[in-house]
Design a protein around this ligand. Structure first.
Ligand SMILES: Cc1cc2nc3c(=O)[nH]c(=O)nc-3n(C[C@H](O)[C@H](O)[C@H](O)COP(=O)(O)O)c2cc1C
Length: 154
């Protein structure tokens, strides 16, 4: 399967999990590209309405993983901006990956739910999701579990 992992990552956490997922999916025999959504100009604490410097093209992929940090209980604005501007996700299988610092109920679950809604509104089949609590003592185990469960979806 051709899989695109499309990530917005402000401080590198989500990107590091995405890189491990890329490795796992590649090992499983998929063709996987890791692409970044980047904002133009200096990174502000909260990149509200930031201009996007890169908007990865998704047409070539059969399946997609969208990765974002939680910001204020929602997906980071560049990710929402990017998702909202995608014309269609019809026939695409999608999974969502999220990182945050608080317990899952304080933003990570809500962020996944919002990403799912916007992806489904574009016609995607959302097949799964995973999140990592960055300050959790069990972070390494969580990362391993999320990478394992997401890599088995495709
Ligand atoms: C402006 C801002 C708001 C944030 N809000 C939340 C939040 O509501 N819930 C949460 O769990 N983490 C929150 N975080 C923490 C980030 O989600 C967390 O550090 C994440 O792992 C960063 O990922 P990144 O390195 O890929 O950008 C916030 C961070 C920033 C900068």
């Amino acid at each position: 399967m051709d899989i695109g992992i499309v990530v917005y990552s402000q401080t590198g956490h989500t990107l590091s999990v995405a890189a491990k997922l890329q490795e796992a999916l590649s090992t499983a025999g998929h063709k996987v590209n890791l692409e970044r959504i980047e904002v133009a100009g200096p990174v502000r604490l909260r990149a509200v309405n930031a201009l996007l410097k890169t908007r990865p093209e998704i047409d070539a992929y059969d399946a997609l993983v969208f990765g974002s940090p939680v910001q204020g209980g929602t997906p980071a604005p560049p990710m929402m901006d990017y998702l909202e501007q995608i014309a269609s996700l019809q026939w695409k299988t999608v999974a969502c990956l999220v990182t945050g610092v608080f317990p899952a109920g304080w933003g990570r679950n809500q962020t996944i739910a919002q990403m799912r809604v916007v992806c489904e509104s574009k016609g995607a089949t959302v097949c799964g999701s995973g999140s990592v609590g960055w300050l959790s003592l069990g972070r390494r185990r969580q990362i391993a579990e999320v990478v394992d469960s997401l890599s088995r979806l495709f």
